[in-house]
Design a protein around this ligand. Structure first.
Ligand SMILES: [Zn+2]
Length: 239
């Protein structure tokens, strides 16, 4: 491979080759015009770069390996380790590069992650369950804080979730109620005993009032509450 003119730090002819790193050259292979830094480094070339761009060089290199039956395990291990070393050494540069790559290929990456998660669903669920079990206290605190911070979007999400899965949700709750019969009964008794507004509205609706009528005449709610209180008093005094 022929070589490009040397970089300024490697030559005495700095005046002549000034700003070479900002100059464009034509790749011998693909014919594209690229900036100096995009050319393959070369220890034997005077300027430290040869006339073939990095992309073309890698393509030829990979093809050669493929024709020879691919990398051996040992070569693969070495390659991986060298990659790790290089990333360790140029942490900041890699971070920047990764960020750029992510922004450019966001959709592709998201799609890939989604697919992978779908394929690994059982394992992920198992992992999540185990993690939650081992760190339940930490998780509860974190979840509560997160929820408090995003209360509105949570509510919206729950509403949407319920609407989209009405049948499923109904079935689930039916089974849950059957399985927790005692708890449900107790809760229901307590609910009725405390005479909450929501319960009054239900009772009024059973009497034939519409929701609008009730909301426009809030005194109905108090009236209903009084009626129930009297009924209960009569009941206890009869007993
Ligand atoms: Zn090229």
């Amino acid at each position: 491979m022929g070589c490009l003119p040397p970089a300024p730090r490697e030559t005495k002819l700095i005046g002549l080759f000034m700003n070479i790193q900002e100059q464009y050259f034509t790749c011998k292979k693909c014919g594209e015009s690229k900036i100096w830094g995009k050319f393959k480094t070369s220890k034997t070339s005077i300027g430290g770069r040869c006339k073939v761009c990095i992309q073309c060089y890698n393509k030829t290199y990979n093809l050669k390996i493929e024709l020879n039956g691919g990398l051996t395990d040992e070569q693969r291990r070495k390659k991986r380790e060298s990659g790790i070393r290089s990333r360790e050494k140029n942490k900041e540069k890699y971070k920047e590069k990764q960020k750029k790559y992510y922004l450019k290929n966001k959709e592709k990456i998201c799609e890939r992650v989604r697919k992978r998660a779908e394929n690994m669903r059982p394992q992920l669920a198992e992992y999540g369950r185990k993690y939650y079990k081992d760190n339940s206290e930490k998780c509860t605190i974190r979840n509560k804080a997160y929820r408090a911070k995003n209360e509105e979007s949570y509510k919206e999400w729950e509403r949407q979730y319920r609407n989209e899965r009405k049948d499923k949700s109904r079935d689930y709750h039916r089974v849950w109620r059957q399985e927790n019969h005692e708890y449900v009964t107790e809760r229901r008794m307590h609910y009725k005993d405390s005479l909450p507004t929501a319960y009054m509205i239900t009772r009024l609706a059973k009497r034939g009032f519409t929701r609008e009528e009730i909301l426009q005449n809030p005194e109905l709610i108090n009236l209903q509450r009084t009626i129930l209180q009297i009924k209960r008093l009569c009941k206890t005094s009869n007993n």
